[in-house]
Design a protein around this ligand. Sequence first.
Ligand SMILES: Cc1cc2nc3c(=O)[nH]c(=O)nc-3n(C[C@H](O)[C@H](O)[C@H](O)COP(=O)(O)O)c2cc1C
Length: 254
Amino acid sequence: MNLYEAIYVRKSVRHYKLEELNQEVLEELKAFIDHLEPLFPEIKVKVKILENIKEKEKLKGLLVPNAPYYLVIYSEKKEKYDLNAGYIMQQISLYLTSRGIGSCFAGMGKPPKKTEEEMCFVIGMAFGKAKGETVRHDYDAKRLSLNELCVFKESPKTWVKEILEAARLAPSSFNSQPWRFVVYENRIHVFSKKSPSAGKNWRKFNEFNFGVMLANISVAAEEIWVDLDLIKLNNITHKTIPNNQYMISILIKQ
Ligand SMILES: Cc1cc2nc3c(=O)[nH]c(=O)nc-3n(C[C@H](O)[C@H](O)[C@H](O)COP(=O)(O)O)c2cc1C
């Protein structure tokens, strides 16, 4: 399975076998992390693996699955660092799925160390061998439909629809799915909708969630061989869709 296929079957795994992964698998994971492409290479980040079997290093806190391993990401607090961290962590989550390893973001998790080389902790993610299934069918994912997420201004090209489907399947904190899309033939304007049920954590994870969703989009674009330009346009305001905040535009070129 590759990362694109993983988008369709990935799910949050909350029950783990407290077993070690083989050393080779961990080394390959580290190599993947070392070589993945961030959204903003100029923002310094560090991703660490915590080992909870022998070392008893774990994320503590509410709603954190008990897992044999955790990934923790630290980042410089520059503008858009959350977006960048989400983009990185979702690529890792997809990679783990592709290797038959389960994972689950743990937004409330507290790491043993809050800072690392003057970078701040952003979020953690549990991972390891799942007690049940590591994957599911895409139709079992609880997600809004494309018709609920999009305003179609023009009929999108096939590849634009594939990109939107990958975005639709992205995980988000509390499954809030804050993204809304205004869709043209070959471009998408992305907005953020505040859910009425969202608590104070909404703001905390909002940009991170968008990073996660953009990772799905770029994995899909690579798979279907299209080039993306992510740009922020000045002439788009919240007036385009009321109660939504404009985030970014995606130009898709074949
Ligand atoms: C930023 C973020 C934080 C999350 N925090 C938690 C968490 O603390 N505990 C948990 O069990 N799941 C957490 N999740 C997982 C979401 O609840 C899950 O992705 C969403 O409900 C969709 O389900 P799925 O991942 O199975 O498709 C988090 C996800 C994201 C993106």
